[in-house]
Design a protein around this ligand. Structure first.
Ligand code: DC
Length: 226
């Protein structure tokens, strides 16, 4: 398929800096920014409000019904569930954990795929998540897989949570991060892994501007080759 402007996929584990980098890159390119983790988190908020047990026997049917009835809207950094802005509420670590659990379920992934493919269809988008380069846009023109040392990722996540007023130890954040990554990597459906043609970038010791500049250089290089 040929799109006038590319789809830029950024995948990677928790705390690798995907959101910060993706947002800055989208702004620099004049592209839309889509945070797919926020969409899974919005589903988690809806599932929690509906009292759905993520490990219960009836979860697939209950989630299918839920997904038919909820409306998720997103625009850059903002995300709304049934018309209510949940951009702040999705930052709760418990919601991140529930989102990770729910993301193993086929009905949830299918609905997210539909929304994400529609959002990126015409290109001109930077989309970040876990499976963008492998499952959502395997034909994305540019794919990055962003990683960082686990201690750096835990420290970043801890600082983010502290800024939101959460009182959680660094050790607890690190344990939760390792557990969520394990679940995201080991799940059967669209597990977290770099696409074969993804460019891996380790952001340990590199600032946002530096990582974004590297990505831009790659995108410019591809644009010249097209
Ligand atoms: O990026 P995040 O931490 O906000 O994502 C929350 C969870 O959602 C993550 O642990 C797994 C799931 N997720 C996913 O399965 N696929 C994506 N493309 C994005 C997120």
């Amino acid at each position: 398929m040929t799109r006038a402007r590319p789809v830029v996929a950024i995948d990677g584990p928790v705390g690798a800096g995907k959101s910060t980098v993706a947002r800055a890159l989208a702004r620099a390119l004049g592209f839309a920014y889509v945070n797919t983790g926020a969409m899974y988190r919005a589903v988690a908020i809806a599932a929690r409000a509906a009292g759905i047990d993520p490990d219960g026997a009836g979860r697939e049917a209950e989630l299918t019904r839920l997904l038919e009835r909820i409306e998720i809207r997103f625009d850059g950094d903002r995300i709304a569930l049934d018309g209510r802005d949940v951009s702040a509420a999705i930052g709760d670590p418990a919601i991140g954990d529930l989102a990770s659990r729910l993301s193993t379920i086929a009905a949830v992934r299918a609905r997210m795929r539909e929304l994400q493919r529609a959002a990126g269809r015409d290109g001109g988008v930077v989309m970040e998540g876990r499976d963008i380069g492998t499952a959502i846009f395997p034909d994305a023109e540019v794919k990055f897989f962003l990683t960082a040392d686990v201690n750096v990722r835990a420290a970043r996540r801890h600082a983010e949570l502290a800024a939101q007023g959460a009182t959680i130890t660094l050790a607890a954040v690190r344990d939760q991060l390792i557990e969520r990554d394990r679940r995201d990597r080991e799940r059967t459906l669209a597990p977290l892994r770099p696409a074969d043609d993804a460019i891996e970038i380790d952001s340990t010791g590199h600032g946002v501007a530096e990582v974004v500049a590297r990505m831009r250089a790659r995108i410019d290089q591809l644009a010249r080759a097209r």
